[in-house]
Design a protein around this ligand. Sequence first.
Ligand code: URA
Length: 218
Amino acid sequence: MTKQKTAELSAAQFIPENKSLKSLKRAAEACQGCDLYKFAIQTVFGAGNAHAKVVFVGEQPGDGEDKEGLPFVGPAGKLLDKALELAGIRKSEAYFTNAVKHFKFEWQGKRRLHKKPRPIEVHACYPWLDEEIKEIKPDLVVCLGATAAQALLGNKFKVTQRRGEFIESDGAPYMMATVHPSSILRAPDEESRHEQMEAFVSDLKRVASFIRTGKIAQ
Ligand code: URA
C-alpha cells in the first residue's frame, strides 16, 4: 500500500447526513473505513445513556464485546463496573464507547488475542467517536488508556504524565485520562492489583464529584 493510499483510510465517508446516535450506530454497522471490519464479527458501537454527562472511551472491543456487539461486557468491563460502583457512578448515567469500533486480534490456537490497533486505524475510526461525542454533548470525556487519550488529546499525550488532569478541550468542556481497566487485570500480583484499583477508583471519584457538582476536586 502506498503512503498516499494509507493516509486515505477513514470512516468519514460512512457518516450519514442525518445524524443521531441511532443513525450513526446503524451506519457504523457497514463501515469499511479500514480493514478491521474484514476480521471482526461485527461493529461494536457505543452504548449507554444518550444524555450522559460523562462518556467513557476505551481502546477497542475485545473478544466478548465482538461476540455480544456491546462495549465493556468482558473482563475489563466487569472491572470497570466494579470501579464505577465503588466511585458512586451508576452505569445508567454514563455512555461507553471505544476509539476503534472493531475488535483487532490475532489467532493463538483457537483463541483470538487482542492486538493493539495501529494509529492509522485509530485515526480512520475517529469520525465515529467524534460524532458520538457531538451527539451526546457530555460535560466530561474520560479516556481509558493511551489509545483513547491519544485519539482525543493528540498522539503525543502521555497518560503516565497527565493522568487525572481535567483538560479543557474543543470536543467537550473537559477531557481526562486515566488507565485502562485491563492494565489492572494485568497487574503482576494481588498487592499491586489492589493498589492500582484504588488509584483508578480515586480518579473515578473525582469524575463522580465533577458530574455531581460541576467543580473539579483537587
Ligand atoms: N476494552 C476496551 O477498551 N473496550 C471494550 O469495550 C472492552 C475492553
